[in-house]
Design a protein around this ligand. Structure first.
Ligand SMILES: NC(=O)c1ccc[n+]([C@@H]2O[C@H](COP(=O)([O-])OP(=O)(O)OC[C@H]3O[C@@H](n4cnc5c(N)ncnc54)[C@H](O)[C@@H]3O)[C@@H](O)[C@H]2O)c1
Length: 337
């Protein structure tokens, strides 16, 4: 199939593009390069520089390229920014997302896989979190992810859109070709490695949580495992595949799956493993808790296994931190931009 990957010059999108190409699919990337890197896009994928929020432009692109399905990875995704500037998040993630869906509907592309987030759950009542847990996001970013999930559901009911919603937990790691370069970087593992390279010391936000070592526990998933799930989810949106709706057409319901390992590591576990990987202590200080950081966020991943036939194969801490470190060492200038 031919897949349009929005945000295919970003971290998750880029690794997913490579996985789609490796699985024999054709790929067109639509990216405005606001946080992505043109140099990261696989040479066999066609990179179109532009925004998915441009309904007309996206419709023309879908028609011109003969796209069969969309992998929607592009988004604004900084929690703090979303609290300071919710307008930008609603405009791009929600209104812009609907522009993308309208372009898809007009072009007859009724297959979408969406990068959602554990941020849709907020502070869960129970752990591991199942997909049926209540969605009570505690920041504007998570709220916009929830809102777009709702749009996918209603587009399925009214227009027969076949979709899969993938709720990522903490994405980490690198492939040989692609690693994580965000500016600003807000994720724990790259920030630990940056501190280990002589960058700013890492701040641990709170060590008085009700967890065994007092630091928050998170579920980390290797970006290449995530990419495998995207390929499987795109296949599931085929009109002949009953997992995303009736084969004869008609109303559909999105497939919703968490992507995590169902096991958690504390911030101190990750710090210890990162020190083992780089072979020296990592400078860090302990600060106050951040508002809205739940003590434990761990996915139940049974749905992804059962419905998508997916398993995490590379998501051990040594593999995730080791691959991220190997990529940084091999690419000291990042993508050179
Ligand atoms: N990285 C994580 O831990 C994580 C966790 C949960 C969910 N997610 C979600 O996964 C997706 C990808 O995250 P990432 O870490 O790869 O982010 P990223 O910033 O590396 O990639 C996003 C890409 O989208 C592009 N983009 C942004 N707005 C665009 C627009 N209007 N039009 C076209 N392209 C645009 C950016 O240039 C970038 O290449 C996001 O939707 C994010 O919310 C990520």
């Amino acid at each position: 199939m031919k897949v349009l990957v929005t945000g295919g010059a970003g971290y998750v999108g880029g690794v997913s593009v490579d996985a789609l190409l490796a699985a024999g699919h054709e790929v067109v990337v639509l990216d405005d390069l606001s946080t992505g890197h043109a140099g990261s896009v696989h040479p066999e994928a066609r990179l179109v520089s532009g925004t998915y929020t441009d309904e007309e432009g996206t419709r023309h692109l879908l028609e011109r390229e003969g796209v069969n399905a969309i992998l929607h990875c592009a988004a604004r995704s900084l929690v703090a920014e979303s609290m300071a500037n919710p307008a930008r998040y609603y405009r791009e993630n929600v209104a812009g997302g609907v522009a993308l869906l309208e372009a898809a509907r007009a072009a007859g592309v009724l297959r979408v896989v969406f990068s959602s987030s554990a941020a849709t759950y907020g502070v869960p009542d129970a752990t591991p979190i199942t997909e049926d847990a209540p969605l009570r996001p505690i920041n504007a970013y998570g709220e916009t992810k929830r809102a777009f999930e709702g749009a996918l559901r209603w587009y399925g009911a009214a227009y027969g859109l076949r979709s899969a919603i993938l709720r990522y937990f903490n994405v980490a790691g690198a492939t040989e070709r692609l690693g994580e370069v965000h500016r600003p970087e807000t994720h724990l593992i790259p920030n630990l490695l940056i501190a280990g390279e002589g960058g700013p010391a890492l701040t641990l936000f709170g060590e008085d949580y009700p967890t065994p070592d007092g630091t928050p526990i998170r579920d980390y998933i290797h970006v290449a495992d995530l990419a495998d799930a995207h390929v499987a989810a795109l296949v599931a949106t085929d009109p002949s595949d009953a997992r995303t709706g009736p084969v004869a057409g008609g109303p559909t319901e999105p497939v919703i799956a968490n992507l995590g390992t169902s096991s958690g590591f504390s911030v101190r576990d990750v710090l210890r493993e990162a020190e083992a990987v780089i072979g020296k202590p990592i400078p860090h200080t302990v600060g106050a808790r951040r508002a809205g950081d739940p003590p434990v966020l761990v996915a139940s991943n049974g749905r992804a296994r059962e419905v998508l036939g997916w398993t995490a194969r590379r998501s051990t801490l040594p593999e995730m931190i080791g691959s991220a470190w190997a990529w940084r060492r091999a690419h000291p200038e990042g993508y050179g931009d």
